[in-house]
Design a protein around this ligand. Structure first.
Ligand code: GLY
Length: 432
């Protein structure tokens, strides 16, 4: 099954069950200063959940463009290192605005996974909210999973960190129930600690879908103090990472090996005249460049520019992390990143026609940033290297740098903070 098929089967399944297929909203959140980027399918429906806006439908389904970098959900530093973190990804979701609630959300999810995608139920695990002082345990969800077909021992309870979802510090939120898929050899292996296993971020299990039972609005009542008010009507918000579901259905271990991303990696490899080998520094750099090219292309197409503040600065960091890795680890000398972004346009324009419409603008913006960063890289890297060498521990090869020496580098030589960030956050050195 191709990634495009995974997307269309999801949307058509929910359309068949009375949901309106709604277009993805842009990555630039409309009228929402609490968000840097659109980070979940529910963002465009925030006011509908809060009761401040009504639509002519009560059920919706989307494939939403998301960026999780900066802000509450920030995955930037993990990208390239793990099997499934991304800056840009597509989130499949179904939504009920005061219409159906837990029972149907759980029934739909089971039906789609087991009967449409034909996933082996023996490999599925479920988690629900264990409860705390503020919100009680979701025993109802346990019973509903069992009713849908899940063995009781496969429904586990976890705390707020894992099973309570909120889009940011404020806004709609509620207890959630995650579905995890076991990728290992033997789904009935009795030898593992199931809680740790299901909840871990290892390579053998993957969270594929999160069902949020939206019941509260989290509001700030004093600086740093929040309270939960009930929403006008209990609602449903779900999120399934398209790349993760596709990885599971294509039987590959990482999202980078799916047909949604691998062709971009192969393009980068060809451009660099190298072969993609996953477990190498070059492989890491290719994943970073491929992932960040998606985030860059889609962000610029949606009107976000690299810059020095807020979301613009986050985009600049993403672009510079890619450019730095391409030059440092893949041997690119001149501008190359814009070519990868052009490939992303060609590769994804059928699903997202806005990319083609913005082609020349995207190319221009990426080239400009590459030129600018290329110039500072040459001077700045030298200064940074001198500082690292002067502070290196002979035995470990690691430098411990004081924040004041870095501040001096910034003040005196104008070495950009994002260059320090990409060099130092490669994990080689630390800051005191
Ligand atoms: N809004 C559901 C999720 O992002 O997991």
């Amino acid at each position: 099954m191709t990634g495009n098929e995974v997307r269309s089967i999801f949307l058509n399944f929910f359309a068949k069950h009375g949901h309106k297929i709604v277009k993805s909203s842009p990555l630039l959140p409309a009228n929402d200063p609490t968000l840097l980027f659109t980070n979940a399918g529910m963002n465009q429906f925030k006011d509908v959940f809060l009761g401040a806006e009504t639509r002519d439908y009560k059920r919706a389904t989307t494939s939403q463009k998301c960026v999780r970098a900066g802000g509450k959900h920030n995955d930037l530093d993990e990208v390239g290192k793990t099997a499934r973190h991304h800056t840009f990804f597509e989130m499949l979701g179904n939504f009920s605005f005061g219409d159906y609630f837990k029972e149907d959300a759980i029934r739909f999810a089971w039906d789609l996974l087991v009967n449409e995608y034909k996933l082996d139920p023996k490999r599925l695990w479920f988690s629900v909210f264990a409860g705390d002082a503020e919100v009680s345990a979701d025993d109802e969800a346990v019973e509903l999973w069992v009713k849908a077909g899940a063995p009781r021992e496969r429904v586990l309870k976890f705390g707020r960190k894992d099973n309570f979802w909120q889009m940011g510090e404020t806004g709609p939120c509620g207890p959630c129930s995650e579905i995890h898929y076991y990728l290992g050899e033997n789904p009935e292996d009795p030898a593992f600690n199931k809680a740790e296993y299901v909840n871990g971020d290892g390579d053998d299990t993957v969270e594929i879908w999160n069902l949020v039972f939206m019941q509260y609005n989290r509001q700030e009542i004093a600086p740093g103090q929040y309270k939960l008010d009930p929403l006008p009507a209990p609602s449903v918000d779900t999120g399934a990472g398209l790349e993760r579901v596709t990885a599971v259905l294509q039987g590959v271990k990482t999202n980078y090996d799916t047909d949604l991303i691998k062709p971009i990696i192969e393009f980068v490899a060809k451009l660099a005249g190298k072969e993609y080998k996953a477990q190498t520094q070059e492989g890491f750099a290719m994943r970073v460049v491929a992932d960040h090219a998606r985030a860059t292309t889609f962000s610029i197409a949606d009107g976000i520019m690299p810059g020095n503040e807020g979301r613009n600065y986050v985009l600049r960091k993403i672009m510079r992390r890619a450019i730095y890795n391409g030059r440092e680890n893949l041997g690119f000398n001149g501008e190359f990143f814009y070519k990868v972004c052009e490939f992303v346009i060609d590769f994804m324009k059928d699903a997202y026609p806005e990319l083609e419409a913005q082609r020349s603008y995207i190319e221009k913006m990426v080239r400009l940033e590459e030129k600018r960063f290329g110039a500072t890289l040459t001077v700045g890297l030298k200064k940074l290297e001198d500082l690292v060498n002067a502070n290196k521990d002979e035995q470990t090869g690691k430098a411990i740098l004081s924040a004041s020496s870095l501040a001096k580098l910034y003040d005196t030589y104008g070495v950009p903070i994002d260059l320090m960030y990409v060099v130092l956050i490669q994990g080689k050195h630390s800051i005191t």
